[in-house]
Unconditional design. Structure first.
Length: 241
């Protein structure tokens, strides 16, 4: 029986992910982490936010904030509710399609890509360099971007997702305090990873599954290092936000 189990291949999706039934564990875990973090933001009077939020100025000395900021939100309930609802709409589908490991890689890299987008488009000599950024929007936009090539590979219409992305990209024109730069950064990363995972030939899906996220991660680090290398020393000091 043990030998038979070793020789039995697990069922795979068309994208190479392990087919699993039951609950979308990763998606639910992310939602749970965001909810707990939001409660801590309220309970600590903003101290939790200060500790983990991202700004271009502080990201250079505390780089983990490129990721931790994605688990924070505005104290306004609408912010976290919208992001978690959007995550629930597309997360389980992508988690099932790509498998848990690649879905985690997609979410994490899109989240980091959102902060890198903020960094690359920020001016070191302006207030934007010191303004704190929070929210899972970059990661969510990464999922929106990734689902487009997936739907096209399956022969489905991705028009509704494209319209949803366009509407959300236009919201900063009317609503203040929205980090559209994070949306752009997450979307670009999501499109790249989604296209790679969706279009990889079956015999190369496993290779692409680890090589592509590694390459994207290296590019994000390189982009951040390059940006910081161009910043005047005076602008790179730690700022409060």
């Amino acid at each position: 029986m043990a030998e038979a189990q070793r020789n039995t291949r697990s069922a795979r999706t068309v994208f190479g992910g392990t087919a699993r039934g039951g609950r979308p564990v990763v998606t639910l875990t992310i939602i749970g982490l965001c909810a707990v973090s939001w409660i801590l933001q309220l309970a600590t009077g903003g101290a939790w936010t200060q500790q983990w939020a991202f700004s271009p100025a502080i990201g250079q000395v505390e780089p983990w904030r490129f990721l931790t900021a994605a688990f924070l939100h505005s104290t306004t309930p609408l912010h976290i509710l919208f992001n978690m609802y959007a995550l629930w709409l597309v997360g389980p589908f992508l988690e099932q399609a790509f498998g848990r490991a690649r879905f985690i890689a997609l979410y994490v890299l899109a989240a980091v890509g959102g902060q890198v987008g903020v960094l690359l488009l920020a001016d070191p000599l302006q207030e934007s360099w010191y303004v704190g950024v929070v929210g899972a929007s970059g990661a969510v936009f990464g999922l929106f971007g990734a689902i487009i090539p997936v739907l096209r590979r399956l022969g489905r219409n991705a028009g509704q997702i494209v319209v949803l992305i366009a509407i959300n990209m236009a919201l900063p024109l009317w609503l203040p305090n929205i980090a559209w730069q994070a949306h752009v950064g997450g979307l670009v990363v999501g499109l790249a990873l989604g296209a790679g995972f969706a279009l990889a030939p079956r015999e190369r899906q496993r290779l692409v599954g680890w090589a592509l996220p590694t390459a994207v991660g290296v590019l994000l680090v390189a982009a951040a290092v390059w940006k910081y290398s161009t910043v005047p020393t005076a602008a790179g000091v730690l700022g409060l936000f």
